[in-house]
Design a protein around this ligand. Structure first.
Ligand code: TYM
Length: 336
């Protein structure tokens, strides 16, 4: 078995505000990984345009996602931070993977079904082949580990299938088997309005999510308004199973305070939501407030952000180019 260097790749779409889901499910977990892995974090603008984006808004959101990563503790000296469109290997490898992946595989992707909705005929072709581009993002660097929220698990399984099929079609051991890293107490943060729906940038209800750009007042208000049930808080995690809204808020509390959900249950057993929500609002403001302030500061230094992204894309390009050259050789593209 070929030994692959331990390398992390992950990405966020600049298709709206960063949410508490993005933070707890992904970005917060990336911070610690910088110490033990080589880390590459990408603002995936090519993915964002699978649904229409206003050009100026997209440019701004790209900087904002980079600012959000840095404000959350991603250190540009330790990690490569860049935007996907600036490294051509992503789009090129994605094309090759379009020819490796099977229609049947993509037809099974639940995220495409959810995003395309009822009117599948009108979805962009880009939205359909989105997971092939995601596989290319990861494999253009031969990344071995991918830290994401639970909603990306199926896409990472497809990445493994593509890598395996490429290796077997061409009789090589070229691409690694990618390991998903899905961890923490909030791998799937749910909407504050509906404990059965994922917290998402694209939910029409602003009250369904906490954005990393929200003011302290707004965060407090959203937590206070979060939907709950009428029972007291339980003493154990098992008792949360039929109470999705309570479970979600407990998970958020645990993840924000770096504790286990069990511990949170133990300290609020028998109490009502009023006290719990008031503490959760304080905790959210304590953790997210400084991130928001740093993001705002960074957004006023556009040239600093652009320098980081530019330098990041040069470094990323240096890593991806030899891998892509080797892929050309394997596939049989003539280099005259
Ligand atoms: P995106 O932009 O939807 O989300 C970025 C990261 O945030 C996580 N996340 C959540 N985690 C927990 N609860 C939630 N409610 C929640 N919402 C979002 C996502 O799981 C993700 O880790 N396809 C990816 C972007 C991507 C990518 C990649 C990721 C493109 N190429 C290569 C890893 C590797 C996406 O749409 O993420």
């Amino acid at each position: 078995m070929t030994a692959f260097k331990q390398r992390i790749f992950s990405g966020v779409q600049p298709s709206g505000n960063l949410t508490l889901g993005n933070y707890l499910g992904a970005i917060k977990n990336w911070v610690g990984l910088q110490e033990t892995f080589e880390t590459i974090f990408c603002v995936v603008d090519l993915h964002a345009i699978t649904t229409w984006q206003d050009p100026e808004t997209l440019r701004n959101a790209t900087r904002e996602v980079a600012a959000g990563m840095i404000a959350s503790g991603i250190d540009p000296k330790k990690s490569i931070i860049f935007n996907q469109s600036q490294v051509s290997a992503h789009a090129e490898l994605a094309w090759i993977f379009n020819c490796v992946a099977r229609m049947g595989w993509l037809n099974r992707m639940t995220q495409f079904k959810e995003k395309a909705g009822k009117n599948r005929e009108r979805a962009s072709v880009g939205l359909y082949v989105y997971p092939d581009l995601m596989a290319a993002d990861i494999l253009a660097y031969k990344a071995t580990h991918v830290p994401v929220g639970a909603d990306q698990k199926q896409h990472l399984e497809l990445t493994r299938d593509i890598a395996q099929k490429f290796n077997s079609d061409y009789g090589v051991e070229f691409f690694p088997e990618v390991e998903p890293l899905i961890f923490g107490e909030a791998t799937r943060v749910m909407s504050l309005r509906d404990g059965n729906a994922k917290m998402s940038k694209s939910d029409p209800s602003e009250n369904s999510r906490i954005n990393l750009t929200d003011t302290r007042d707004l965060i407090e208000k959203k937590v206070r308004k979060a939907r709950t049930d009428s029972e007291a808080l339980p003493g154990s995690v098992e008792d949360l199973n039929d109470r999705p809204e309570a479970k979600n808020l407990m998970n958020i509390f645990a993840a924000l305070s770096d504790k286990k959900v069990d511990e949170i249950c133990a300290s609020y057993e028998g109490k009502g939501f009023a006290e719990f929500k008031s503490d959760l609002a304080d905790l959210s403001v304590e953790i997210l407030g400084p991130i928001t302030e740093e993001m705002t500061r960074l957004m006023s230094e556009k040239s600093y952000l652009d320098d980081i992204l530019r330098e990041g894309s040069h470094k990323a390009d240096e890593l991806a180019t030899p891998i892509l050259t080797a892929v050309h050789e394997i596939v049989g593209f003539l280099r005259p």
